[in-house]
Design a protein around this ligand. Sequence first.
Ligand code: C2E
Ligand code: MG
Ligand code: MG
Ligand code: MG
Length: 291
Amino acid sequence: RAKAAGRNSVEFFDTRMQILAEQRGQLAQDLHQATRQQQFHLVYQPIIRQKKLCGVEALIRWHHPQQGFISPGIFIPFAEQSGLIVPIGDWVIKQACTQLVRWQKIKHLRHLSCSVNISALQFAQDNFVEKMIQCLLDTGVSPERLKLELTEGMLIDDVENIRTKMGKLQTLGVTFSLDDFGTGYSSLSYLHRFPLSQLKIDQQFIRNLDTNPQNKAITKAILALAASLELEVVAEGVETQAELAQLRALGCESFQGFLFSKPLSSDAIESFEPETLAKLFDLQIARQKNG
Ligand code: C2E
Ligand code: MG
Ligand code: MG
Ligand code: MG
């Protein structure tokens, strides 16, 4: 049960988790069916650099026929345990590449990149690189537009094998991002060994960045580390003007979060309004001038 009163979402989440735990078997079965019956779709969350939409992150959504929306935070771990993440992940990659090809044909979205979350088990498949190449060929997407998000935990074991796989894809133009940075097992010394082009600072460090000195110190350290390794940094989960202001003061230039936009349908990405973005940044400058 949620400790504090008024935290309805937490309470809801706990209850839901409990129900799901009781229906573990059922959920695994439902996931199987979802894979076959195409109950999934992707939404795309804008990533902003220099006041512009520079990319999106593809995020999976599952509309369960009886239970309605089930968060990926809940069903992805199940999919990983059952191995279903492999066919689901294949579908996500194919879908994202197909969408990218459509966007490449739209003038103002020509340079948009799409980030795709990759699970450990998925990346560990012996034929992951071959399947990826096949998907690039089948869809005709520019590999430069595709960014694969890995997590820290995936870079610990079997380092040579992982480096080789990343290297092969990098040669084709595919880029790599390290997601949820700071939450995993962080031996910073390993970072330079992999062909990464981006770090994403986990949203737990962005939260209350303006008032929380620990988070500020951590974010500052990550930005310095990334600068010395020549990695781009995206701040995840930016929710407030104050967080954005602090990030900019620390020299961070790329942002993702509800302040800019929630994840959107592909159609909504096409009509995403750059003007509102400029306003967000200008508003901030105006505030700074007024003290
Ligand atoms: P993630 O990759 O770190 O994705 C970012 C999550 O933060 C998304 O949750 C997004 O909706 C949420 N978010 C973005 N901005 C804000 C904000 O300002 N405030 C808050 N509170 N949240 C924000 P979502 O879509 O529920 O996904 C949760 C996780 O599920 C993802 O975390 C990722 O680890 C996993 N996931 C989602 N889609 C896929 C997928 O296609 N494949 C795999 N393997 N994992 C996926
Ligand atoms: Mg991600
Ligand atoms: Mg993340
Ligand atoms: Mg996450």
